[in-house]
Structures are given as C-alpha cells and as structure tokens.
Ligand binder design. Sequence first.
Ligand code: ATP
Ligand code: MG
Length: 396
Amino acid sequence: MTRSDRSVAVPANVREALDRLTESGYEAYAVGGCVRDSLLGREPSDWDICTSALPEQTEAVFRDFRTVPTGVRHGTVTVILGEPLEITTFRVDGRYLDCRRPEQVTFTDRLVEDLARRDFTVNAMALSRDGTVFDAFGGLDDLQNRLIRCVGDAETRFSEDALRIMRAVRFAATLDFTVEEATERAVHKLKGNLEKIAVERVQAELTRLLGGRCAAVLTGYADVFRVVLPEAALDETKAGQIEAASCLPVKLALLTRGCDREAVLRRLRYPKAVVAQAIRAAQPPAEALRPTLPAMRRLLGAYGAADAANALEYAHLTGALTAEEFAQAQTLLRQIAERGDCVAAEQLAVSGSDLTERLGLTGRAVGEALERLLDAVIDGEAENTPDAIWDYLSKR
Ligand code: ATP
Ligand code: MG
C-alpha cells in the first residue's frame, strides 16, 4: 500500500466519527467518492466511512447517538452525527450472482481487501484522520491522468457486476475523464450484460451521465447506449445538443427525439412528472415559439415558466430558433414575469361573475368572452384594467 501526503480537509462530523472509532481501537477511514472528489478539488456529495469495527461494534462506539442499521448484513450502520454518516465494515464480496449482487459478503480487518472490491482505482482510495491517502491501486496516478480504470481485471469486474459498465461511462462524463484502454475494451465487450441490470439502476446512472460532459461518451459508447436505449439513434449532433441542454427534461426530450417518448421514458422508469416535462419541451408548434410578446405570453399561460423555458431551449437546440431569436424570447419571458403581465383568464381585471352581472352573460358565453378578452389583452388591444376592458367591450 502506498501512502500519499496530499492532504484533504475533512468535515467536522466525519473527523469526529474517525476519531471515535480510532480511539476505540479500530481502524477507520473516509473512503470512495469523497476522497476522489476532495483530491479533485470538488465538493463531495457525501462522505462514506469504512472501518475494521464490526457493525455491532460500530453501534456500540456510537451508542450515544442515533444509529440506523441500514444494511447490517452488508456491514453498514448509519450514524446520525449532525448529518447521517454511513459507516461500513471492511468487507470482501463473495461470488456474484446475476451480474449484479454478491452471494454473500465477508467482513475483513484489512483495508486493502476492502479497497480491492471497489469498482475503479479513483474510487478505491481511503483517507485517514491525519490526512494520509491510502492508494493501493494507482488511483492517484489515474486521477492525475484523468482515467477511469477498473481495480483488477476489467472483464472480471464487469462480469461480477454489469452496473459497473454504466458507472464507468457515467464517471467518464461527470468527471470528464477518459476510460482507460483495457477497461474500455471490456465495456464494449460486456455491454450486453447490462440487460440483466434493474432498469432503475441504469436510469440513475444515465441521468447522472447526462448531467456531465456527455457528448463524447454518448457517441464513443453508442453501442452501450443501444443496449439500454435501443430506440434512440445517437449521432454527434444530437449528442452535442444533449450536452448543451441545461436540464434533464430537455436532455431527455432530445435523447428521445423521433421515438415514442412516453413509452421509452416510462420503460426507463422516469417519474411521470419528468416524462411529462420532456414531452412538453418538444411539443409546442413553431408558431408558438416566435419571439414576440403575444406568443411568449401565450406560451407562458399555457405552459408555466419552467416548461416554457424548456420548450424554448429545445427549439433553439434543434435549430427551430436562431440564437438571436432564442435570446429575444428569453428576454420577453423574463419581462412578462417581472411585470406580471396577464397570461391567463384568471389574471384578467374582470371576472366571469363581473361579466354576468354587467352584461347578463351566462353559461358557455362567459368562458368564451373571457377567452376573447384574454386574447385582446395578450395582443395588446386592451389594457388589463377594468375600465379599459369595459371600454373595449363597449366598442365591440
Ligand atoms: P458519487 O456519490 O459521486 O456518485 P461515489 O464514488 O461516491 O460517487 P457511490 O455509488 O456513492 O459512488 O459509491 C460509493 C463507493 O462505493 C464508490 O466510490 C466505490 O468505491 C464503491 N462502489 C459503489 N458501487 C460499486 C460497484 N457497483 N462495484 C464496486 N464498488 C462500488
Ligand atoms: Mg457517493
């Protein structure tokens, strides 16, 4: 095991957990993604701890705190130390079933064995409480060279757990790394095993991947994406559009362009709301997206702010709006929101009951009159004040 003296700032609660475990006579380290991200100068999303203490020993060390036996069979105890911290006993994974789960796990008291079961070298480093990095598999060099490399033989590791194939391309995108050659060959060779992975796991990796520098990955690993997304035809143009899109619904709308979006996204188990947003992003007809004040008011009224912005972005990325038109449309949307322009019948300065009272309108006629008034206000033919509206109506 090599040591590095590159030091990393550890949050106070992680530090406290490491101190308590160490002072009770156990080994304990921060491990995995948090070490990788810290060394890259990125803010880790969460901190995981590994320890030589067995789960019940960990529970005893933290008996003054709330603990949750998250996955005691797999060695994980969650301790609420300010935030929840996952503390997992050093373990070795047993024989793998179904390309996904180890049959059983065995606890070990050796850090290096725990690091050896981890997927990629950059995810297989541990950090002790004095700031020492333990790197047994060349993770520091691979971080330096921006490489995703399996710990051990790539084909073996992907055969054990095919989700690692998706994770490899996901990390390549989110970290903007390259997949090392032997790992890359194994990705292509074993991609078919992804069919055995639960679709929600694949979806979670896909979603994270789309949030990263995904264009090169989407084209370079088009064969892998054909396994999980056979419906989508990916080319460089589309991949570039997807990377450029600012949010998941627009990315998914682009990814599923030309497909039955609903069917594909539901199959990938995206939540209903996300599917609806993706569909709406691609839905408005070109005439609804002209960068004029009335068109943008109508879009906002029909779609709401978020879906309207998505629709404009989709139109821009697919070439239906020029950069200039897109910028104008966005400015208009912002102005409409800032001024609080009337974009829906409920915002009109007169109500349905006003129309009944003053004009004797009833039933369907009320709704129709409101729609006509809304059109007039949106088109700027009448101002949205009671006086202006009665005046407008009296002249018709
Ligand atoms: P992030 O949280 O940013 O997605 P991470 O590296 O922390 O990245 P997690 O899924 O939280 O990823 O996993 C934590 C650690 O557990 C990883 O860094 C890795 O060491 C190990 N790990 C996770 N999934 C696997 C897997 N499928 N095979 C082997 N090791 C894994
Ligand atoms: Mg993590």
